[in-house]
Design a protein around this ligand. Structure first.
Ligand SMILES: [Zn+2]
Ligand SMILES: [Zn+2]
Length: 750
């Protein structure tokens, strides 16, 4: 039995209350010595008869810690008189960036405790909760290197900070009404209103119908009650896109179907937005015209206080940003950019150094990797090179791989304009600096004209790093840990090996050797991106000309417009060819009159899914092109859309609910048979190649009906279906997948 040792704990051990935890265990077990952060690890020197017991507890760590390894080295010298927490020293900083943590139950208790000095204080926190990433300037994580450095502790906070018996012992974010950040309510012009109780007044304004911008943990939200949803949509010019809501816990169950697993996620240290199925698919229509609604619980003390004063059961809480641009974090920017959109501002004076949107999950799958989840750290061996993955174009983030760990940034957004590209670059540069990384390899999308590709090229030139282009859908596959497998990737669009627009793909092999063994039929996209915005254009080229012209003319297309479309397709001018799953779903959504113009990403397909909910799918015969032989197997999507058209023409004219039900069933059938077709290609390929696993990824896999049909088909064939639960199925996984792919290429000497 040892009675002493130097213990080195690696993992996520900063910003999680590790040192106070160690201190309290040492105290309880009569251990003498010290603990300190050294950047990449926590180092403990310990002496005492109960050393082994102490080691056991330290190895488990406090609740928020994620421990990778615990090492014990011999210790010489004699024990100090007691146990102390030493100041941090900088070291290698691999992966020591703690994400923000939702307010813990005890801190919520303090907010409403008559006797607590934190009663009613909007910025209280402790070692187990509070902002982290969003306030970090540099590492190691200590108060003086965060935006809390502007708030010197008052004597009482100082006492709690140094009191080992206190929950705020060594809590870097400790603050109280006497010394900490303050709230201000401002009018539409950004002038302080001099209100003594800004939270109560803000709640009253919201209840009375005002639209407020509220500065939270990672940026500004725009908030209002459900009654004002229509007005907010009008002001933002966002007529269709669903809003996320923040709901009182006791009201949530009435509006949405919340399974036990959802409750667990909603109440976790992340407190993400969970996309839930509504109890009544038509209810809350001004918030969401889908059958689902994105809900979160109050996650900052400010939210809990607001809801304690508010009469409304829920608040719309949508990120404050111009469409396609980063979330607003500064009050000056908010006042300048949100003029005419909000009536007042509830803001505070703690700087947000790192922007962080709310994370989004659905059915246990990550849609947006952000607040509380990111920076995300994954232990993975990609060899000796340091790698940057710059991501694709939509829903981007960045990943840096160094020394056995990949760090993925929070969600950045659509890198389609210079401000968002600048935000991507800043994010990469900040995390690179924290990690002390020097890139050997920069991985980017195969698309030659993405802004992110340009960034990768410029950075490679500057640093001398090697460039590795990675095909979009293969990056999706690489983001999930798999051995040899069949991989289905169904999404919107990605640049293919042949320069065509891919998006309904089946691969076989192992990263970085994935052969395209199947895909959806390639169909023209007349007008390129215009066909994405106006999905009716997709019908031309999928359906026979005469039939499609009949439909378009019936919907007000002029002969001139139809003529332009016809010439585009006939001559192949400005026509891309695509095997995208999303575009087929879009086309059907337009055909069925569900969504004729896309006003936000994924809208036609999401509204098709909503329309299909409650419909009864029928099994249609599947047509495969190039079946067998050496070429890839191709599912005919034209035959599915034609079948949908026949059904639609038959149903229209029946009128009323009969027609609505028929349309729902056609929508459900298209999803069902498209999913079956793709699954069949995967199953055939698995049999051909003797493989037992099918990996599924891509944004279309969030569609529950499509995903479950694929699961039934794949599992029904005796194969295992694998989905990534650590990274988004959509494009938020791409930067990580690019790193993995590039690491594997380099390992093979590429
Ligand atoms: Zn707490
Ligand atoms: Zn204080």
């Amino acid at each position: 039995m040892r009675d002493r040792g130097q213990i080195r704990v690696r993992g996520i051990v900063q910003g999680v209350g590790f040192r106070p935890f160690v201190y309290s265990r040492a105290h309880a077990l009569g251990i003498r010595g010290s603990v300190r952060n050294t950047g990449s690890q926590v180092e403990i020197e310990a002496w005492g008869g109960r050393f082994e017991e102490f080691l056991g507890e330290v190895s488990r760590g406090p609740p928020l810690a994620r421990i990778d390894s615990v090492e014990v080295l011999p210790l010489t010298g004699s024990a100090p008189p007691g146990f102390s927490i030493l100041t941090s020293s900088a070291g290698i900083l691999s992966g020591m960036i703690p994400p923000d943590v939702a307010t813990c139950g005890e801190c919520v208790g303090d907010l409403f405790d008559e006797k607590s000095r934190y009663r009613g204080y909007f910025a209280t926190s402790c070692v187990n909760c509070g902002p982290r990433y969003s306030i970090i300037e540099s590492l190691p994580y200590d108060r003086e290197r965060t935006s809390m450095s502007s708030f010197p502790m008052c004597p009482e906070c100082g006492r709690e900070y140094t009191d080992p018996a206190c929950r705020r012992h060594h809590a870097q974010t400790i603050a109280c009404p006497a010394c900490g950040p303050r709230l201000t309510l401002m009018d539409a012009d950004g002038r302080a209103m001099g209100i003594p109780d800004p939270v109560r007044e803000a709640a009253a304004l919201l209840d009375a119908g005002s639209i407020l911008a509220i500065r939270g943990i990672g940026g500004f939200h725009i908030a209002c009650t459900e009654e004002r949803a229509g007005e907010l949509k009008a002001r933002l010019g966002r007529t269709e896109q669903p809003f996320a809501v923040m709901v009182r816990e006791e009201a949530l169950d009435r509006m949405a179907c919340v399974e036990a697993a959802d409750w667990k996620v909603l109440g976790s240290e992340v407190h993400p937005i969970a996309v839930l199925v509504k109890r009544d698919p038509t209810a809350h229509g001004t918030i969401s015209n889908l059958h689902t609604i994105g809900c979160m619980l109050p996650y900052a003390p400010l939210h809990h206080l607001l809801f304690s004063c508010l009469r409304a059961p829920l608040l719309i809480m949508t990120s404050a940003n111009m469409p396609g641009y980063p979330m607003i974090t500064e009050i000056d920017t908010a006042v300048a950019k949100l003029r005419g959109q909000v009536d007042s501002y509830l803001t505070h004076d703690r700087r947000i150094l790192n922007r962080c949107d709310d994370s989004v999950v659905r059915d246990g799958l990550i849609i947006r990797l952000s607040r509380g989840m990111a920076p995300k750290r994954t232990r993975v061996d990609l060899g000796p090179s340091c790698i940057l993955g710059v991501g694709p174009e939509l829903n981007s983030n960045i990943t840096i791989y160094k020394d056995g760990f990949a760090i993925t940034s929070p969600h950045v957004g659509h890198v389609r304009n210079p401000p968002t590209l600048a935000y991507l670059e800043e994010t990469a540069e900040r995390i690179r600096g924290w990690l002390g990384a020097r890139y050997d390899v920069i991985a980017h999308d195969l698309h030659p004209s993405f802004l992110s590709t340009g960034y990768a090229r410029a950075l490679a030139e500057e640093t001398g790093a090697d460039l590795v282009p990675v095909q979009h859908h293969r990056a999706h596959v690489a983001a999930a840990p798999t051995g040899p497998c069949i991989a289905i990737t169904i999404d919107g669009v990605g640049y293919g090996d042949d320069g065509r627009v891919w998006g309904g793909e089946v691969f076989a092999g192992q990263v970085p050797h994935l052969d395209r063994v199947g895909h959806l039929e390639e169909v023209p996209m007349p007008g390129g991106d215009l066909a994405t915005r106006f999905p009716e254009r997709m019908l031309y080229g999928i359906l026979p000309v005469e039939r499609v012209l009949g439909i378009l003319r019936g919907r007000g297309w002029t002969d001139i417009q139809c003529g332009v479309l016809a010439r585009q397709v006939e001559r192949g001018v400005n026509v891309a060819w695509t095997s995208s799953t999303g575009r087929v779903l879009d086309a059907v959504s337009a055909l069925l009159g569900i969504c004729r113009e896309r006003t936000y990403d994924g809208e036609p397909a999401m509204r098709l899914e909503a329309a299909a909910y409650g419909g009864t799918p029928s099994e249609w015969p599947l047509e495969f092109l190039q079946k067998g032989g050496r070429g890839a197997e191709v599912l005919s999507t034209r035959s599915l859309v034609r079948r949908a058209l026949d059904g639609f023409l038959e149903a229209t004219g029946s009128g009323g609910t009969g027609e609505a039900r028929a349309v729902a069933s056609i929508a459900a059938s298209v999803q069902h048979n498209l999913a079956r077709g793709i699954a069949h290609i995967a199953v055939h390929a698995a049999r051909d190649q003797g493989l037992g696993t099918v990996a599924l990824s891509g944004g279309v896999a969030y569609n529950a009906a499509i995903r479950e049909t694929i699961r039934r088909e794949v599992e029904g064939a005796g194969l295992t279906l694998l989905m990534n639960r650590e990274y988004p199925l959509g494009d938020g996984c791409i930067s990580y997948g690019q790193c993995v792919w590039a690491g594997m290429v380099k390992r093979e000497g590429g």
